[in-house]
Design a protein around this ligand. Structure first.
Ligand SMILES: [Zn+2]
Ligand SMILES: [Zn+2]
Length: 159
């Protein structure tokens, strides 16, 4: 695994964070970060473990969880709780590509949307005594296929 695949900023940020908090800078932790940087979208800790295994770099579940916690603490990864199905993670992107989530409360499907006017509205806000670093907007509702399913069930119930 070559170090050049990791963008220097993320790797440096993590390195700096581990140093200043007197945490061990292990090869596993950096390999996990590298893996996350190549992932698009949301993933669970279990999925991340599988990806590491798939790359020929198996790490223990405990290491995956503890590294994710460290990455959340240093602001490179966000923990999202979209539903009661457990936590998902995603890497923090720059505000230029901030996205919002449409979450189906029936099947749990998550759709990512990008809406510049919505982002502008949030990003130009000033909060007294608070400096935001990132945000994530979750909109809950029912997806198209679930609402079709519901209509079908309703019409069947009527007969
Ligand atoms: Zn997302
Ligand atoms: Zn749905």
């Amino acid at each position: 695994m070559s170090a050049s695949k990791v963008s220097p900023t993320s790797r440096e940020l993590f390195d700096q964070y581990l140093r200043s908090n007197h945490k061990r800078r292990t090869a596993e932790r950096f390999a996990i970060l590298e893996c996350i940087l190549n992932v698009q979208g949301h993933f669970s800790a279990e999925e991340l473990g599988e990806m590491m295994k798939g790359q020929g770099y198996p790490v223990s579940t405990a290491t995956v969880y503890s590294t994710l916690e460290l990455l959340v603490e240093c602001g490179l990864v966000v923990r999202q709780r979209f539903s009661d199905k457990g936590n998902l993670y995603e890497r923090v992107l720059t505000s230029a590509v901030t996205h919002h989530h449409l979450i189906c409360t029936v099947c749990g499907k998550i759709k990512e949307i990008r809406d510049q006017s919505m982002s502008d509205l949030i990003e130009c806000r000033n909060f007294v005594g608070f400096t935001p670093s990132y945000y994530s907007l979750n909109i809950y509702g029912i997806c198209a296929s679930c609402s079709r399913q519901r209509k079908r069930n309703k019409s069947q119930g009527k007969k």
